[in-house]
Write a protein that binds this ligand. Structure first.
Ligand SMILES: Cc1ncc(COP(=O)(O)O)c(CNc2cccc(C(=O)O)c2)c1O
Length: 455
């Protein structure tokens, strides 16, 4: 299939055989999929040659930008040398060893033991198994329940969906797995009426203590949270939130899992979101920016408190065929080197991150449709409202953000619509000029949406 130009032919074959992720198959078949064929830097092209500024870095993941020849070369070389081997039954490869050491060196102190997986979902399933084994080995087998947040996103396997707080995903199956509970998320703009951000941060964190006492501390295994909630709409917590969450975890001896699948590898202006928010997690899943999406790979960093117990527990009957896949490990290792050698983390924190947020705030200040700009580093959300003062939200059925997303796409900018928010998470290599282009396109999209929605 090399004739990419025939959109209709591609779309009808796609509709006939390809079941998409997070899509209504029947509706999409009628609409026809968008066919992306090339990528370079912060841009992708569709099969009709339209250039799009990828404001989402794929799915929050293409940190170093598209078309990095050095990553393709390393993948090709590794494929020729050793296209596959596994880490089961006592075997390893130099690529697994190098990447595990590199991740251990980069993660916050003490998270020195690395398991590999193929996706963030598998990484989180891995964590559920490890944590429940930890408590069994500790002689506390009733400590089985994980507590997550509303609008938390941890993946699409049964376990990961149960960890997450997405009601539209829970609704997919009649029953969620037992042993998972959820508390409110810490989004001040939506839930904090009447409280300062700091007061609300404490309130949202204390929901964890209430839930632990409701469940019984001896039944609770761990709390899982994204340092900043990504797919839930870029919910950046008040400064009082994580210190209080950690105080509560320590008080009831609850393990802490920081899900760094989005926040990891420079997105927030630190290597990991945990470092930005002062989180000392016991376990940390990561994926996406780990390889910039060039190949599927995920990892779990395990801290000494948990690993030292697992280490005494004999056989760890867990793993995947492609855990530590040598080509994925080689590319991920080289990807990390690019992030480090080009100083991308510092650049996000000190240059393009501040410029990105300052530009979005300037746009928002002069646009009646934007009620809040939130986020850190190179991740942001513009929350669309009917009215800024008094704060008046759109009704759920009024899909202003989706309308805006479609308009942006037609104008050459890719963004996410999450609820009533437009979400942006561009490659870490984005330039100021590309941010200016993004903001210009955003303004046009917001103007079109305001004209369509605000009477
Ligand atoms: C925090 C977090 N944890 C785990 C996962 C699962 O990773 P995998 O997809 O590789 O199994 C994610 C993934 N995040 C994700 C995946 C797909 C869509 C969107 C969206 O924003 O619509 C976000 C994520 O954002």
């Amino acid at each position: 299939l090399r004739n990419f130009a025939d959109t209709a032919a591609l779309q009808s074959l796609d509709a006939a055989h390809h079941v998409h992720s997070f899509a209504d198959p029947k509706a999409l078949a009628q609409k026809g999929a968008r066919i992306i064929t090339q990528g370079k830097g912060c841009y992708v092209w569709d099969n009709e040659g339209n250039r799009l500024l990828d404001g989402m870095a794929g799915l929050w993941c293409v940190a170093v930008g598209y078309g990095r020849q050095e990553l393709s070369d390393i993948a090709a070389r590794q494929m020729t040398e050793l296209a596959y081997y596994n880490n089961h039954f006592g075997t390893s490869t130099p690529q697994m060893i190098e990447l595990a050491e590199k991740i251990a060196r980069l993660t916050p102190d003490g998270l020195d033991h690395i398991l590999f997986a193929n996706s963030g979902s598998e990484a989180n399933d891995t964590i559920v198994r490890l944590v429940r084994r930890y408590w069994m080995l500790q002689g506390k087998p009733t400590r089985q329940t994980f507590i997550g947040r509303d609008l938390g996103y941890h993946g699409s396997t049964l376990c990961a969906v149960s960890l997450g707080g997405m009601s539209h995903m829970h609704g997919m199956a009649p029953e969620m797995l037992p042993g998972f509970a959820h508390i409110m998320h810490p989004h001040h703009y939506l839930l904090g009426d009447g409280l300062t951000r700091e007061e609300f941060g404490l309130k949202a964190a204390r929901a964890l203590e209430e839930k632990i006492l409701e469940l019984g501390p001896d039944n609770v295994a761990a709390f899982i949270g994204e340092p900043l909630q990504g797919a839930g709409g870029v919910i950046d917590p008040p400064s009082t939130y994580w210190p209080e969450i950690q105080r509560i975890c320590r008080r009831y001896d609850i393990l802490l899992v920081a899900d760094e699948v989005i926040c990891g590898f420079g997105r927030t202006g630190e290597w990991f979101g945990s470092q930005l928010y002062g989180i000392q997690p016991d376990l940390m899943p990561m994926a996406k920016g780990l390889s910039s999406g060039y190949l599927p790979i995920a990892a779990v960093a395990v801290g000494a408190k948990v690993f030292d117990v697992l280490n005494e527990g004999g056989l760890l009957a867990h793993g995947f065929t492609y855990s530590g896949h040598p080509v994925a490990c080689a590319v991920a290792s080289a990807n990390i080197d690019i992030i480090a050698n080009e100083g991308l983390v510092d650049r996000v924190r000190e240059d393009v991150g501040p410029y990105f947020h300052q530009s979005l705030r300037q746009l928002a200040d002069s646009h009646p449709l934007v009620g809040e700009v939130r986020g850190v580093g190179l991740v942001a959300a513009l929350h669309l409202v009917r009215d800024r003062a008094p704060k008046t939200f759109f009704a759920p059925e009024q899909q202003a953000a989706i309308h805006c997303r479609e308009t942006l796409w037609d104008n050459g900018l890719i963004a996410r619509a999450v609820g009533q928010a437009i979400v942006l998470s561009p490659p870490l290599v984005i330039t100021r000029a590309e941010i200016d282009e993004m903001v210009d396109k955003l303004k046009a999209g917001l103007d079109a949406t305001a004209a369509a929605f605000v009477i």
